[in-house]
Design a protein around this ligand. Structure first.
Ligand SMILES: CC(=O)SCCNC(=O)CCNC(=O)[C@H](O)C(C)(C)COP(=O)(O)OP(=O)(O)OC[C@H]1O[C@@H](n2cnc3c(N)ncnc32)[C@H](O)[C@@H]1OP(=O)(O)O
Length: 437
């Protein structure tokens, strides 16, 4: 089907099928699997499930944020480890937390431009193995030790080290800190909590709901369709079947006991109303709708249109409202046209802030140059199977997961139209319109 977008006629993107790994808290079951290996397992399984002829695949595009030194251009490493032919080219994309969505939209553009016919897109992240950078002094000492010709020279090089030199310049926390505004992602959530007067109790209530919904969906087997179990090193005799950050013992009393993490004095954002640091990967097989028909596929669903938007880095959490505003302009759709919404739960405060901004005419006039509010994000239709607070957020992979989760949820409910949107560190937002038939 060709759809009208403004003055453009564009064919829809067919998402033939999509799968992901379980999402696991960093430092737990999948901590010893590198991001490239995890991505390769998922791509192999996607190929097996779709029975795509490998010779037909033009390129693999993968998102990844904490690009590991052992696998530069991780997409190419994944392609080769997954057994794709040498001729299948590959490149890595990086749009912070939307990287796993950027791979899909970059792929869509390539297909529309006629530069490819069939692609694999996805995202992978091992936050357990994010690279640590050390100070210039520390790296100089490493170099001197490597060059030293005798034990004496090595010891002499090491003796110049001081305890302060051991502190990493970039660790996980610094990696999740915006280099322009200087705030960590959690601190940007505190900014929104203050701007929208969101209480700690509201945030904890939201976090509780995320776990309750995720636990229910997990018990009902809703994720089995999308999750490919992962065999765990070192002996590969244990298998990780499910997302492991979902709490089955959650209560408001437990949540209320936690101290704020990012602003210890006056803050409201805690480890429990923030998404956890997570390992995971996901992949989709994509082509234009006409190609999917030609090959006899019945796609999982379709991407109809997408938009990215920019805003202040310290208010990055509001990216969804800005990006969705552009998406609605582009498609002529209204919020009420969507049967379900997935809005990535980086932080409870950030999702609640978006709900308030979507519903506010004042916000729309002041920031979106619109007369009316975008529309209410009905809580019953929002993140119906829980979100990143419970499921986790492996930053390079989440964009792909949201697409897969949304399409499966629409199909399960016999619904047609879904909005997937997320905030992006650095001050951006992403929004896509999905459909199933
Ligand atoms: C654009 C974007 O998407 S931005 C988002 C990008 N991602 C992020 O910024 C990640 C945000 N999250 C974080 O940085 C981390 O999860 C932090 C810093 C908040 C917490 O990290 P950690 O301290 O390692 O988390 P951890 O899971 O150990 O939790 C800390 C404590 O809270 C407790 N806790 C965490 N969640 C819960 C919960 N839901 N219920 C009860 N207790 C909880 C833990 O049990 C732990 O307690 P303990 O110290 O007694 O063992």
């Amino acid at each position: 089907m060709v759809i009208q977008q403004g003055n453009d006629m564009k064919e829809r993107l067919a998402i033939v099928d999509g799968i992901r790994s379980p999402f696991c808290k960093s430092g737990t079951s999948m901590a010893n699997i590198l991001a490239d290996d995890l991505g390769a397992v998922i791509v192999k399984e996607l190929i097996a499930r779709t029975e795509i002829d490998l010779k037909l695949i033009d390129e693999l595009i993968f998102g990844n944020v904490g690009q590991p030194a052992n696998a530069p251009n991780i997409a190419r490493v994944i392609a080769l480890k997954a057994g794709l032919p040498l001729e299948v080219i590959a490149h890595t994309v990086h749009r912070n937390c939307a990287s796993g969505m950027e791979s899909v939209t970059t792929g869509y553009d390539k297909l529309l431009a006629g530069n490819a016919n069939i692609l694999i897109a996805g995202g992978t992240e091992s936050m357990s193995n994010l690279p640590f950078n050390f100070s210039k002094k520390m790296t100089q000492v490493f170099e001197n030790v490597m060059k030293a010709k005798s034990i004496g020279q090595k010891l002499s090089a090491i003796s110049t080290l001081r305890p302060a030199d051991l502190k990493p310049v970039i660790s996980i926390v610094e990696g999740l800190t915006d280099p322009v505004c200087g705030l960590s992602m959690g601190q940007t959530a505190e900014v929104l909590a203050r701007e929208f007067a969101i209480t700690r109790a509201e945030q904890d209530q939201f976090a509780l709901q995320s776990h309750l919904k995720a636990a229910k969906a997990n018990e009902a087997g809703f994720f089995t369709q999308e999750i490919h179990p992962i065999m765990l090193p070192p002996d590969y005799s244990h298998v990780q079947f499910n997302d492991n950050a979902i709490r089955h013992d959650q209560s408001l009393e437990k949540l209320a006991k936690l101290k704020p993490f990012f602003d210890r004095v006056a803050g409201t954002v805690t480890a429990a109303n923030a998404c956890p640091i997570t390992d995971g990967a996901g992949a989709v097989l994509i082509m234009l709708e006409s190609k999917a028909k030609e090959l006899g596929y019945s796609p999982l669903g379709y991407l109809k249109a997408y938009s990215y938007a920019g805003l202040q880095p310290e208010r990055m959490g509001l990216g969804p409202v800005y990006a969705t505003s552009k998406l609605l302009d582009k498609t002529g759709m209204a919020i009420s046209d969507f049967d379900l919404v997935e809005l990535n739960e980086a932080f409870a405060a950030q999702v609640i802030a978006n709900q308030k901004a979507f519903a506010s005419a004042v916000f729309a006039q002041r920031y979106l140059h619109k007369d009316k509010a975008l529309g209410v994000l009905n809580s019953d239709l929002l993140n119906v199977n829980g979100g990143a607070i419970a499921l986790g957020h492996p930053v390079g992979a989440t964009g792909t997961r949201l697409i897969i989760t949304m399409l499966n949820a629409l199909r399960r409910r016999n619904k047609n139209s879904g909005l997937v949107t997320l905030c992006i560190g650095g001050g951006q937002g992403a929004a896509i319109a999905l459909e199933v038939e």
